[in-house]
Design a protein around this ligand. Structure first.
Ligand SMILES: [Zn+2]
Length: 254
């Protein structure tokens, strides 16, 4: 198996504060968040991780600043989304699912209890539904009826060298992605750790499903990654400074 390159593709940003990203922090220190999709490719397999929100959705969410069309980002690294067969959906929050229409041939890999949760009894509460776009959930339900959802339960290898792990914490069925690269095993944590400081300081992000699940996730990503530098958080603007750029708004781990 050839090792994978991980492309980190930024499509939006937001000026946030430390109190919005660290549970129990009351400093309100400036803190920039990035919004990303990830593509994993080794020449044989291409797997996309998460789909970002749409430009239209961006306009409805305060403070989010649109930076790049996800389709253009993929074009810049030679990926035609219309041909992508595997899309891992780390969780169903609006900023990770919106661009499903770009992937007409894809199977979507979702944890079984993530799908169950967002079609279940708690979604009527604002504390949960504020991070959702119901149209995304309806689309996923339709894809399920069409046989395009692959349900994961816990740990599952998607293709050789790429394995998802359910970690809960941020959402009921949050999953992160273990990837074999030439530098060692990397973890695309997505929102299992939004920022570097979340896993480094064992401090959860305040949008939270269960704290023990979040902490177990931090432990698991540290165990899986060959070194801490190969843990890629889901929303830290620093990611784009720590890895080299291959195109405007796109960094690479190899
Ligand atoms: Zn997110």
């Amino acid at each position: 198996m050839q090792p994978y390159k991980i492309y980190i593709m930024q499509y939006a940003r937001r000026d946030a504060s430390s109190s919005e990203v660290l549970l129990g922090d009351f400093h309100n220190a400036p803190c920039e968040m990035g919004y990303y999709m990830w593509a994993l490719s080794n020449g044989e397999h291409t797997v996309v991780v998460d789909m970002g929100f749409t430009e239209e959705e961006c306009g409805k969410r305060a403070g989010r600043i649109w930076m790049a069309d996800p389709a253009k980002n993929m074009d810049a690294i030679g990926i035609d989304p219309a041909k992508v067969e595997h899309v891992i959906v780390t969780h169903l929050h609006y900023d990770h699912v919106g661009n499903y229409a770009l992937f007409p041939k894809a199977t979507f890999y979702v944890q079984e209890d993530e799908m169950a949760f967002w079609t279940g009894r708690y979604v009527k509460y604002r504390v949960f539904n504020q991070a959702m776009n119901v149209d995304d959930v309806v689309a996923m339900v339709r894809f399920n009826y069409e046989g395009r959802i692959a349900f994961c339960s816990g740990r599952m290898e998607i293709v050789p060298g790429i394995t998802v792990h359910r970690v809960s914490g941020h959402t009921k069925g949050m999953q992160m992605v273990e990837v074999v690269t030439a530098s060692g095993t990397a973890v695309v944590a997505s929102d299992a750790s939004h920022m570097y400081r979340n896993f480094q300081e064992y401090t959860p992000f305040p949008i939270l499903h269960d704290i023990p699940g979040m902490l177990d996730g931090f432990e698991l990503m540290r165990k899986l990654a060959s070194k801490e530098e190969l843990i890629i958080p889901g929303h830290d603007a620093d990611v784009m400074k720590r890895f080299p750029a291959v195109a405007d708004g796109i960094a690479i781990v190899e």
